[in-house]
Design a protein around this ligand. Structure first.
Ligand SMILES: NC(=O)c1ccc[n+]([C@@H]2O[C@H](COP(=O)([O-])OP(=O)(O)OC[C@H]3O[C@@H](n4cnc5c(N)ncnc54)[C@H](O)[C@@H]3O)[C@@H](O)[C@H]2O)c1
Length: 439
């Protein structure tokens, strides 16, 4: 089957490479000359574990190619995925559908025969229908179906998530389109992946509802962590005690500095707007947005408080900048407000992130110093702030930190260290939701 993937970002590139691995003939269309240049030169423009080998294998096998030429990419295409960005629209919180609609127009102009046009991007309810209208208006005689196939992969484990998903959601309104998508996903059907077939509107809403629910879970445990700090409880134990209940589940109960990333912030905001527009306000989701925004902006205050009220003139080591480990994605990362605030208050920042520093540079104040590794960042620092829980940080012992750092303050916003061990090593250590017993 010939598949065209419009957009070669985190979702388009991973899905394209995985469909090629399933044996499909995949062309990825990418308009960003930097990303396309890298892909054509055999490099991967994003960091995603295992993606380089998967792409190389499928390019070598002749099943995966990259282009910016819509004519050749769409000639003979049977399925066209739209996997372009849907960022927050400036000013009102709605999803910006400019790239989706532009792609729909381009596809309508260049398609050569019947194809199923599938929206993989996360889009508000009604977008699939609008895509069909745009295509019909662009080329009234065109034979096509539209479908929705939201993507649930997570950056950092994207290939495994795509190859072994909990479910595949397919929103369709014709048997022909359903048959095409079932054929495409046959390898997953064979490993007994549930395939949820719905209307297009339902499929579109499933994605927002799922992401908003997960964001709500994170926000819930973050507020419980604040309560733990006040009442002398330990949020890890609370989360474990809650999560072992099968109705609740243990995932997404890790307290931290507030969620960031390319999906939760924009998808919760969009879900809130969709609810308001439809006259069914999603008040829980609206509150999640407000609570999480406030949380991210107060994290710098924790550092200031740990330093006795001021960070002016202090050298602060920052470990981790990306919104989570195993990605280079900096979109809406908590590091952005935290580092910016600390710089505003007069701190000198020595930062290290294993993969995200290139993406961080344009988003953080220019005075930030970027270090070659975690050890260099901690050397001579008055304070250490842990912002992302990369595994490499866990390996640094309290004794090593003691020998490297000038000061004794650690603010661990990801709970990667053992509070008792840090205290025993003489650190003024604070973390999230883990009140230290008196001693
Ligand atoms: N990143 C994730 O973890 C994730 C997970 C699930 C769903 N999603 C959703 O998938 C969509 C894509 O997300 P992403 O993270 O891959 O975004 P991204 O910004 O990394 O990638 C989008 C790519 O599309 C390209 N593009 C835009 N218009 C184009 C066009 N007309 N022709 C060809 N290329 C075009 C851009 O240059 C960019 O490289 C979003 O709606 C997002 O919400 C993302």
């Amino acid at each position: 089957m010939r598949v065209t993937m419009i957009g070669g970002g985190y979702v388009g590139l991973v899905s394209g490479a995985c469909f090629a691995q399933f044996g499909m003939d995949v062309v990825v269309v990418e308009v960003d000359p930097k990303r396309l240049g890298a892909l054509k030169a055999g490099a991967i423009p994003i960091f995603e574990p295992g993606l380089d080998a998967l792409v190389a294998e499928n390019v070598a096998a002749g099943r995966l190619s990259f282009t910016d030429d819509m004519d050749s990419a769409l000639a003979g295409a049977e399925v066209v995925f739209i996997a372009v960005g849907t960022p927050t629209r400036r000013g009102d919180g709605h999803a910006d559908l400019t790239y989706v609609y532009k792609a729909a127009e381009q596809v309508a102009q260049k398609l050569t025969s019947y194809a199923v046009i599938v929206t993989k991007s996360t889009v508000p309810v009604g977008t699939g229908r609008r895509v069909a209208e745009i295509m019909r208006a662009t080329r009234p005689a065109l034979d096509f179906d539209v479908a929705s196939n939201p993507e649930f992969l997570r950056e950092g484990s994207a290939i495994g998530d795509f190859m072994r998903p909990d479910r595949v959601v397919i929103g369709v309104e014709s048997e022909r389109a359903e048959a095409v998508l079932r054929t495409l996903y046959r390898p997953l059907f064979l490993i007994e992946t549930p395939i949820v077939v719905t209307s297009i509107e339902t499929a579109e809403l499933i994605k927002y509802a799922a992401n908003s629910f997960l964001a709500m879970k994170v926000t819930f445990i973050n507020e419980v962590a604040d309560l733990c700090e006040k009442v002398g409880a330990d949020v890890h134990d609370v989360a474990r005690g809650m999560g072992l209940d099968g109705r609740i589940g243990r995932k997404f109960l890790h307290a931290g500095p507030g969620f960031g990333g390319s999906c939760f912030p924009k998808d919760t905001l969009a879900m809130a707007r969709i609810g308001q527009d439809a006259g069914a306000p999603q008040r829980l989701v609206e509150t999640v947005v407000t609570v999480n925004d406030a949380r991210k902006s107060t994290m710098a205050r924790r550092v200031t408080q740990a330093c006795g009220g001021s960070v002016r003139g202090k050298t602060i080591a920052v470990w981790g900048l990306t919104f989570k480990p195993e990605t280079d994605d900096m979109r809406d990362a908590p590091a952005i407000p935290v580092v910016s605030r600390l710089v505003e208050e007069g701190a000198e920042i020595q930062a290290f992130d294993p993969e995200g520093m290139d993406q961080a540079k344009p988003l953080l104040p220019p005075s930030v110093t970027y270090c070659g590794d975690a050890i260099e960042a901690a050397t001579g620092a008055d304070v250490l702030v842990v912002l992302t829980e990369w595994n490499v940080f866990r390996a640094v012992s309290p004794a090593r930190l003691e020998s490297l750092m000038r000061g004794r303050v650690i603010v661990d916003l990801r709970n990667i260290f053992d509070p008792a061990a840090m205290r025993a090593a003489g650190f003024n250590y604070s973390s999230i939701g883990r009140a230290l017993p008196p001693g």
